[in-house]
Design a protein around this ligand. Structure first.
Ligand code: BG6
Length: 484
């Protein structure tokens, strides 16, 4: 590979969204309920509740509105084209295609909707990069089957994947199977990635109270997801060999909180369980060598059949994609040296966003090198951005200086990684347009390049306005990352 000092000429610049956070239109055109349609809004101090019945007289359910992209998709894609996007990463809402997840036949209207979306993208020269499931599954699968705990989900997901890969053959060339599959090991992912309805009835971040059974269920569910993902990679290649399929993980970077050897060992273990437990399966076709000891130490007993190992070997992904927002610290005996985060300890040396997420562009360069060193596969950063309060001025301008600074520093770090020799082929910022926050359900935690006039309760005109970051990013793309 030739050494590059700049972004490669065909670098895939773009933006990303997820169906349950942007579409709205949750119960139209034959769509079934998705697990996210049963989640209320929350904020950084109040978890999102999961209600069995949808009770709009008592609760607000943000996915029912999103940013109404189901209605506005033509306008949105036109704006993405104006920004110069080469790719648009979006997800298909599984329950638009199979409303209950176990239906015999797919829902024609759902299939038609995404066909129109993909055709619209392609008409502007934007390639859709599609996630098959982004924090999403038909509610019925969670309720009736217990989500991914149940091995039957493998066949149901493969059927869904076969339907969409076949239907969109020629339109979609790059697929991602599961969004942030690696959250499956912790409480946050229990519901959003694995569809296991938590006993507490809400999405929790804190892992301290998980029982052994709950932990076992999570790892079993994750095993099924990994098998399903591998099967789908194989299937996609058999349907169309020119398709490439990537894994998608939340990129975790852990620094030891001190130079004590045990803190360094802890950081290594955190990197292993958070990133490589899943990535090794998807990129190397096997669980990491330390997995058995990990299962023993944590009293995890998995049901694995021989065929699963074969699927892992035969279903290795073509590229690696990941999200990157922040970094955390590791400490062997968490003695409260510093504030706790949802995923570790807060780095006292770094600035943080208003939601407490540390800002660490150097960590991105480090992680890109780590991932490339380990797997030597092309990389795409499919999410990176800052959740912030934005203010629309009287003249309708949105001066989101903080977002521009955040993105600029991270793009610079990407360029350094490319100079290091990392094969980074694309970048989609999070998010292309303002959408609902996944963890808190707020709308005011905005990530977009495009402002949407809506509040946390679905009030507003839903009109779109270009933020300063939109104009800035357009120049970045036009100059292929030279003008930052
Ligand atoms: C990623 C998810 O973890 O982070 C997205 O894939 C999510 O769905 C993004 O929106 C930002 O997190 P949040 O909770 O602020 O929306």
């Amino acid at each position: 590979k030739k050494k590059l000092n700049e972004f490669p000429p065909n670098f895939l610049w773009g933006g990303a969204t997820a169906a349950t956070q942007c579409e709205g239109a949750w119960n139209v055109a034959g769509k079934g309920d998705s697990i996210l349609d049963h989640c209320t809004n929350g904020d950084k101090n109040h978890p999102r509740l999961i209600t069995n019945e949808i009770d709009t007289s008592r609760y607000f359910y943000p996915s029912h509105y999103g940013c109404k992209q189901y209605e506005y998709y033509e306008e949105d894609i036109k704006l993405f084209a104006e920004a110069g996007f080469k790719i648009y990463r979006l997800s298909i809402n599984w329950s638009r295609i199979y409303p209950n997840g176990d239906d015999d036949l797919p829902n024609f209207e759902g299939l038609e909707y995404y066909r129109k979306v993909f055709e619209k993208c392609l008409s502007f020269g934007i390639e859709p990069v599609v996630t098959m499931t982004h924090y999403d599954m038909p509610w019925n699968l969670a309720l009736k089957y217990g989500g991914w705990k149940n091995r039957k989900l493998i066949d149901l997901f493969v059927k869904y994947a076969k339907t969409i890969i076949t239907e969109y053959k020629g339109l979609v060339k790059r697929w991602l199977t599961f969004n942030e599959i690696n959250f499956g090991t912790v409480s946050y992912g229990e519901y959003v990635t694995s569809g296991i309805i938590p006993k507490k009835g809400c999405i929790i971040m804190d892992d301290s109270e998980a029982t052994l059974d709950e932990v076992n269920d999570r790892f079993q569910a994750l095993h099924h997801e990994l098998v399903a993902s591998a099967k789908v990679v194989k299937l996609a290649h058999s349907i169309d060999p020119s398709i490439s399929v990537g894994c998608m993980v939340c990129g975790f970077a852990y620094y030891p909180i001190s130079c004590k050897p045990e803190d360094i060992a802890q950081a290594q273990r955190d990197m292993e369980i958070w990133n490589y437990y899943c990535m090794d399966v998807m990129c190397k076709g096997k669980y990491p060598y330390w997995a058995e000891r990990y299962w023993d130490d944590h009293h995890i007993k998995l049901t694995i059949v021989d065929e699963d190992f074969k699927d892992f070997k035969e279903g290795i992904v073509d590229f690696v994609s990941f999200s990157y927002y922040r970094t955390d610290c590791s400490q062997a005996n968490q003695q409260k040296l510093t504030e706790k985060t949802n995923f570790g300890l807060k780095n006292p040396l770094l600035d943080a966003t208003q939601w407490g997420w540390t800002i660490d562009p150097d960590g991105l360069r480090w992680l890109l090198n780590e991932f490339y060193n380990r797997y030597e596969k092309p990389l795409i950063i499919v999410e990176n951005g800052i959740g912030a309060y934005d203010q629309k001025e009287e003249d309708e301008a949105i001066h989101d200086f903080e977002r521009i600074e955040y993105l600029k520093k991270h793009i610079k770090a990407m360029k350094e990684a490319i100079r290091d020799g990392v094969d980074l082929i694309g970048y989609t910022c999070w998010s292309a347009i303002d959408i609902v926050s996944a963890s808190t359900g707020e709308f005011k935690k905005r990530y977009g390049l495009i402002y949407v006039d809506a509040d946390d309760y679905g009030h507003g005109s839903y009109k779109r306005y270009k933020k300063d970051s939109f104009f800035w990013y357009k120049k970045v793309i036009e100059s292929n990352g030279e003008i930052l």
